[in-house]
Design a protein around this ligand. Structure first.
Ligand SMILES: Nc1ncnc2c1ncn2[C@@H]1O[C@H](COP(=O)(O)OS(=O)(=O)O)[C@@H](OP(=O)(O)O)[C@H]1O
Ligand SMILES: Nc1ncnc2c1ncn2[C@@H]1O[C@H](COP(=O)(O)OP(=O)(O)O)[C@@H](O)[C@H]1O
Length: 237
């Protein structure tokens, strides 16, 4: 099997006696190659995203929060999750820091690993949205191309990109984990905003501005996102 995404016909499966039971119900098994996986078959089931959304009274989507370290992504994600939960909606947070303790513990902060980190989180977020959840992803996710690839995983308009536009000096002044201090001292190499790039979104659904000494509260930021979700009919009250 070669190529990716090519639909191939396995001649040996023409011989029904060769086919294990699972294939008996399928007249002709058309296998596909996806990435490195060969002979894989997509199975659809009667209960799909539509049925799950009906059950949950909401529209599955991904709220993708991007911004520098210390910009308030995790705080906003929690405030948003709390607000939606109080309204009876089911959410789930995918936090970059947290996922690096498990799913992505094998990844570092080199560009290729950050790209893989964002790819994986995008795929998991897609599954949660398909489950009918409001999935809140909070990662630095510094690269436009990777964020755009995540957007393409979700069918139209169910990827809501939120840019926490907080200046580096505000984030550095906060520095709750002391990482900016370590980065400035050269003890951490390739720290976003110091000696690693951050590509601000050029066209996202929501921009939350914050200036030195003039930052809205996490609750009011969360309310801004909830208003967007309501206006775009993600929340069937
Ligand atoms: N080199 C470097 N650059 C940036 N951030 C670093 C680095 N090393 C560790 N950390 C901590 O990891 C958190 C960012 O993880 P993410 O998965 O969100 O990053 S990324 O999307 O893969 O760029 C980030 O957490 P947050 O502060 O919550 O953003 C940092 O605390
Ligand atoms: N809207 C806000 N106003 C003031 N401080 C905030 C706000 N949001 C977050 N913070 C503070 O900024 C620091 C970093 O927040 P955090 O959510 O950990 O950011 P990130 O997840 O982007 O690294 C924390 O000390 C947090 O209390």
């Amino acid at each position: 099997m070669s190529g990716t995404g090519t639909l191939k016909w396995d001649a040996h499966l023409d011989d029904m006696s060769m086919q294990p039971n699972i294939f008996k119900c399928i007249d002709k098994l058309v296998t596909s190659t996806v990435g490195k996986s060969t002979n894989v078959l997509w199975h659809d089931c009667p209960i799909g995203q539509f049925e799950r959304q009906e059950l949950l009274n909401q529209k599955g989507c991904v709220v993708w929060i991007t911004g520098l370290s210390g910009s308030g992504k995790s705080t906003l994600a929690c405030a948003l999750s709390r607000e939606l939960h109080s309204r009876g909606h089911l959410t789930y947070i995918l936090d970059g820091d947290n996922l690096r303790h498990g799913l992505n513990r094998d990844l570092c902060f080199e560009a290729k690993d950050r790209a893989e980190n964002i790819r994986r989180v995008g795929e998991v977020a897609k599954l949660f949205a398909d489950a009918g959840l409001i999935c809140i992803a909070s990662l630095i996710s510094p690269y436009r191309s990777e964020r755009s690839a995540c957007r393409k995983l979700l069918h139209n308009s169910t990827f809501i990109e939120v840019f926490l536009n907080v200046p580096l000096e505000v984030c550095e002044a906060r520095d709750p984990k002391g990482l900016y201090k370590l980065a400035r001292a050269g003890k951490i190499k390739g720290f976003t905003g110091i000696d690693d790039p951050y590509e601000a979104p050029s066209d996202c659904e929501i921009v939350i501005q914050c200036k030195a000494g003039d930052c809205a509260t996490p609750k009011s930021m969360a309310d801004q996102v909830v208003s967007y979700l309501e206006a775009n009919e993600f929340l069937q009250e």
